[in-house]
Write a protein that binds this ligand. Structure first.
Ligand SMILES: Nc1nc2c(c(=O)[nH]1)N[C@H]1C(S)=C(S)[C@@H](COP(=O)(O)OP(=O)(O)OC[C@H]3O[C@@H](n4cnc5c(=O)[nH]c(N)nc54)[C@H](O)[C@@H]3O)O[C@H]1N2
Ligand SMILES: Nc1nc2c(c(=O)[nH]1)N[C@H]1C(S)=C(S)[C@@H](COP(=O)(O)OP(=O)(O)OC[C@H]3O[C@@H](n4cnc5c(=O)[nH]c(N)nc54)[C@H](O)[C@@H]3O)O[C@H]1N2
Ligand code: SF4
Ligand SMILES: [Mo]
Length: 733
């Protein structure tokens, strides 16, 4: 970190997968001075068109958090975290890992990664787990995010790229069906791409809440369907039913490009709209109107194109994969995927949610989105890594199961966390906290003292976003360069350096370079021939092409033109064995176990514009914290009356797993039977004290969106929901 910092850098936002283009600096004043502001300006790019949201334009302040971690911390015998040198801290980590593994076996150490890490860091972390620790236990927070979308896309299309087309393609569409996505708050600049659909009256938003995104369908711009939470599968079955019943399905496309249509057609025949209405509460007439609107926009019927898009609202559920499959079935019945100007996509969430799930953090995958149980994939990656394929561990377990096993007799005794604030964002967080407490060793790499870092035995302070070089893969599958704009504070190391040092201490002195460009080149080789093939890419090539390149982008023979990348997938065939997309029969299962008859109110969860995820970063930005200072629960005025609370009162919310306290936001936009809480806060107002850890049988995705609760006015003794930052967080260190 000794070299002189650049004056300004063309880079991308630290937060979500839209990866808005921005220019950082020149800082107002001395960039080296702690607290000096860094200027942030939107930069023209096909996705954000120069725009940023409030989080983006205040992101410079995250670099200046008053409690930025700048020294390793070690927990002493008295239980307190104390500053330590890097040599001490890394030495303790290596010694304890060695002890634990020699006593309990290699599987006694586990790794938890994050979808915010660069491709280089995600790749190095996966390799570290498999080559240095030789443990199968690695998974990451994308399991809470994209796992159902990935599972659904893999089984239908043979590939998992969130949007298999550029986002800007949406602009020409006549209809867009948005299921469980609140784009207007979660990716505000993307709303511009909905203009075409809105002008045609074709924006259909499916959300139990009247969100800012639902409001985009007002005034003739489209339709808002407000189903009972967790019933989207039935909505989708009914829409497909109407298509077939009214002869609106694209039968030529189904015959030439898909398999499984006949079985799905017969299974949805049982879901006529009047029956679906009984389950989901959406009027049958609305279901018919929406099916006809989508069909009219479909290319087969001479429309200008239609898209079906899913967000976390329908995916983060114990039947998330089934719902995604139903959405894909609908898109296939309309003949959309693989046609320019139409398609199906899942809107990836985290900054590198896409790349983060391709390069080896996932329990069952090796780089290039290869399967870890595929002998050919193991042989290829082992050759790149210079190890014997027989030494590579097999598949691990998905995140929720991994956390359940932590600190148990046969489970992992040590956990290394990179880029996730687990005790705020994992379901049934109280239990997660107990599992972490039962570990022999918890090591957390972070930039700030997150709530999870504060529980660790060893905290390692790492560089963030504008202090490092790397690449990110956006929601479109576009690989982008993240560039360094300023030096990291003294005392901070990059995660690549940390992994390099730990590998060496654990007896693997080579194979973990700290130079991101070098790591990328190896990642590219490891991905060669895989589904997510990056072998034609390098930092140098991405630097030359300011717009980024879409994968797959395979290497071409020396002397020939480089591969141009693949903005649109499926135009000729699907990457399945027979080249066809697969429709999969899915049926609703029984309601999730959290819906108890004595707790008649549904709680759904999600986000607000100003905060990002567990809030570890955004709760430290003054303007964002002031705009959304505290945990809240949104409820309908009639429900508020029933419970006996008014706007601004404290409400106690109880589920089968725990209790939380939040400020009542009374709004007519909520369904009478459904309340909403964002998950951005820790402490008594943390919504994941309430959620359940039941998981989807296919994807391992937990039921983060929905559980049954009861409400009452908070007793005077209730702990008020704080801003979530402890004394350390308030800058008292
Ligand atoms: N401001 C902000 N932006 C973000 C993030 C952030 O934390 N803050 N995080 C990023 C990440 S990682 C992600 S994954 C994305 C998430 O982006 P979105 O998927 O847009 O976000 P959510 O708010 O989690 O959920 C979307 C909607 O699902 C609805 N919902 C809840 N239950 C149901 C249901 O049963 N059915 C239906 N149809 N809808 C339901 C909620 O009311 C909510 O409005 O956002 C990214 N962008
Ligand atoms: N109830 C409920 N729960 C949810 C959700 C929901 O909708 N409802 N959404 C889920 C979803 S979609 C997601 S993606 C998860 C997200 O949940 P988390 O993974 O907890 O999200 P973040 O707050 O982004 O946590 C990232 C942590 O990494 C740190 N960090 C930032 N950059 C780096 C880096 O380069 N290296 C390292 N080592 N650390 C870094 C940050 O400071 C922060 O502490 O939450 C899930 N939890
Ligand atoms: S929409 Fe996402 S990428 Fe764009 S500025 Fe906001 S947080 Fe950053
Ligand atoms: Mo996410």
């Amino acid at each position: 970190m000794a070299s002189k910092p650049p004056v300004s850098a063309a880079t991308h936002c630290p937060y979500c997968a839209l990866q808005c283009a921005m220019t950082l600096g020149p800082p107002d004043g001395d960039a080296q001075a702690v607290g000096a502001p860094v200027s942030v300006a939107g930069r023209d790019f096909p996705t954000n068109q120069g725009g940023l949201c409030q989080k983006g334009w205040t992101s410079g302040q995250v670099l200046r958090a008053s409690d930025r971690l700048t020294t390793p911390l070690l927990r002493g015998p008295d239980g307190e975290l104390r500053p330590a040198t890097w040599d001490e801290a890394l030495g303790v980590v290596a010694d304890r890992i060695r002890q634990i593994q020699s006593r309990h076996g290699r599987e006694a150490v586990a790794v938890f990664g994050g979808g915010g890490l660069t491709n280089e860091k995600a790749y190095a972390l996966g390799k570290f787990a498999r080559v240095v620790l030789r443990t199968p236990y690695i998974d990451y927070n994308g399991r809470f995010c994209m796992a159902s979308a990935a599972a659904g896309a893999n089984r239908a299309f043979g590939v998992d790229r969130g949007l298999p087309f550029p986002l800007a393609d949406l602009g020409g569409a006549q209809a867009v069906l948005l299921l469980g996505s609140n784009l207007a708050e979660t990716m505000p600049p993307s709303v511009a791409h909905l203009a075409g659909a809105r002008a045609s009256g074709g924006l259909v938003v499916v959300d139990p809440r009247r969100t800012p995104t639902a409001a985009l369908a007002d005034d003739g711009a489209g339709v808002h369907l407000q189903p009972a939470p967790g019933t989207d599968l039935v909505v989708l079955l009914a829409l497909a039913h109407v298509l077939w019943a009214e002869g609106l399905a694209d039968s030529r496309y189904l015959t030439s490009r898909t398999t499984g249509a006949r079985e799905v057609r017969s299974s949805v025949s049982a879901w006529w709209p009047e029956r679906a209405e009984q389950v989901c509460g959406v009027p049958a007439a609305d279901l018919r109107a929406v099916a006809r609107l989508l069909a009219a926009a479909s290319p087969a019927r001479g429309g200008h194109g239609a898209y079906v898009l899913t967000g976390r609202g329908v995916e983060q559920s114990a039947h998330g994969t089934a719902t995604v499959s139903a959405a894909i079935n609908l898109a296939l019945a309309l003949g959309l995927p693989g046609r320019v100007g139409s398609g199906y996509g899942a809107i990836t969430g985290q900054g590198n949610g896409q790349g983060g799930r391709e390069h080896g953090q996932k329990a069952d995958q090796l780089p290039g989105a290869r399967r870890i149980d595929d002998p050919a994939a193991r042989a290829h990656v082992a050759a790149v890594w210079g190890v014997d394929p027989r030494d590579l561990p097999g598949p691990g377990v998905p995140a929720v199961e991994l956390l359940r096993r932590c600190g148990t007799a046969d489970g992992p005794r040590a956990l290394l966390v990179h880029g996730c604030n687990l005790v705020v964002s994992a379901p049934d967080a109280t239990r997660v906290r107990e599992r972490l407490a039962a570990l022999d060793l918890l090591v957390v790499c972070d930039v700030v003292p997150s709530e999870t870092a504060l529980l660790a035995d060893v905290v390692l302070p790492v560089t963030q976003w504008a202090e490092e070089e790397g690449t990110m893969t956006s929601l479109e599958g576009r690989v982008l360069r993240r560039r360094r704009a300023l030096p990291a504070p003294q005392g901070v190391r990059t995660e690549l350096e940390v992994l390099h040092d730990l590998a060496a201490l654990l007896g693997v002195p080579t194979g973990f370079p700290a130079d991101p460009a070098e790591v990328f080149d190896e990642l590219a080789r490891a991905s060669a021939g895989g589904v997510a093939d990056y072998s034609g890419l390098s930092h140098a090539r991405l630097d030359a092409d300011q717009r980024g390149l879409f994968w797959p982008c395979p290497a071409t023979p020396a002397g020939s033109e480089p591969h141009p990348g693949t903005p649109r997938l499926f135009l000729d065939r699907f990457p399945t064995p027979d080249g066809r997309a697969r429709l999969v029969v899915v049926e609703p299962d029984s309601p999730s176990d959290g819906l108890r008859p004595d707790a008649p109110v549904h709680l759904i969860t999600g986000r607000v514009l100003q905060h990002y995820q567990s809030g570890a970063q955004t709760r430290r930005v003054a303007a964002l914290a002031a705009a959304q200072p505290e945990p809240f629960v949104e409820l309908h005025p009639l429900l508020a009356d029933l419970v006996g609370v008014a706007d601004g009162d404290l409400v106690q919310v109880a589920s089968a797993r725990g209790e939380a306290v939040a400020v009542a936001h009374v709004t007519p936009g909520a369904r009478l039977d459904t309340v909403f809480m964002p998950f951005h806060w820790a402490g008594p107002g943390s919504v994941n004290r309430l959620t359940l850890d039941t998981t989807d049988p296919v994807s391992g995705m937990p039921d983060l969106k929905l559980c049954a609760v009861s409400l009452r006015p908070a007793p005077p003794s209730a702990e008020p929901p704080a801003d979530g930052l402890g004394a350390v967080g308030r800058g008292a260190r």
